[in-house]
Design a protein around this ligand. Structure first.
Ligand code: IPE
Ligand code: IPE
Ligand code: MG
Length: 261
């Protein structure tokens, strides 16, 4: 019979965690947290039951990412298209964001995690916006990992805003239209201070981007997991990272060139 300590040692030995090459971690992981509604449906519960349980996965994945040494984790929490959902669901989600951000604040600070948010934040309900501003202010000096919440975010909105800023800067003579570079665009996106994600995970078996980081995901590896978000735990994240590490990232070059470099 195995004693408890031996059992624990064996079970961690089996974990995908041990197979991850800690020197080849993605610096930035972005996740489309999908499947809360279907998860709730499986239990015969209303969709918001899924959202509440999804928060537990947010906690697990944030913790696992920080433990591994991931520097940036972006979580897609609410898209601009999600306003089309039933008003009850939207209201509950907005309240859930306030409660969660306030409740997790001390843990974020304890774990030295900085909170940031991208999206059309000023159009969020006042309390949701304020809770985010307070949490961002309180965690601004933390430097172990940056947790980015994409809230009231959509990539086409972000790119349209970027175009407005860019054209204003051109009309004010700050730069000329012929000289616009990729960096000029990047500097005017909500993500200007973050590196591009190398790994994008979507849960729940859906194989689409749903208006998420269209510019920034240009060269990301896409990993699709069938697991519904409330069931997505540390081990699932490790498996996705392993999948990422097994891939050859060519960036337009040939396989031979990549092997040599
Ligand atoms: C993702 O889960 C959470 C949000 C979009 C807020 P869903 O609510 O989209 O769950 P499904 O896709 O309907 O199962
Ligand atoms: C994408 O999920 C948005 C978030 C996870 C916040 P959706 O469930 O809204 O995406 P679609 O509508 O199925 O593409
Ligand atoms: Mg969905």
């Amino acid at each position: 019979m195995l004693n408890f300590a031996a059992f624990l040692a064996l079970s961690t030995m089996d974990s995908a965690f041990n197979l991850i090459d800690k020197n080849k971690l993605p610096k930035h992981i972005a996740i489309i947290m999908d499947g809360n509604g279907r998860w709730a449906q499986r239990y015969g519960k209303p969709r918001v039951f899924g959202h509440r349980n999804g928060v537990k996965s947010v906690r697990e994945v944030t913790e696992a990412s920080a433990e591994l040494g991931i520097k940036y984790l972006t979580l897609y929490a609410f898209s601009k298209e999600n306003w089309k959902r039933p008003i009850m669901e939207v209201n509950t989600l907005m309240k859930l964001f306030v409660i969660t951000v306030s409740k997790e604040l001390s843990t974020l600070n304890k774990n030295n995690i900085r909170l940031k948010a991208i999206g059309d934040l000023s159009s969020l309900p006042k309390e949701t916006h304020q809770a985010l501003l307070d949490a961002m202010e309180s965690t601004k000096n933390n430097d172990r990992m940056t947790l980015v919440l994409a809230l009231n975010y959509s990539s086409r909105w972000e790119l349209t805003e970027m175009a407005k800023i860019l054209s204003k800067d051109v009309s004010q003579g700050l730069l000329s239209s012929e000289d616009i570079t990729e960096s000029d665009i990047e500097e005017r996106l909500c993500t200007s201070t973050f590196p591009d994600p190398e790994l994008m995970i979507r849960t729940s078996g859906e194989h689409r981007i749903s208006n998420f980081l269209l510019w920034q995901l240009s060269y990301a590896e896409l990993v699709f997991s069938d697991t519904l978000w409330p069931d997505f735990k540390k081990e699932d994240l490790y498996e996705c990272i392993l999948d990422f590490q097994r891939r050859e990232r060519r960036f337009g070059m040939t396989g031979e060139q990549v092997v040599k470099s």
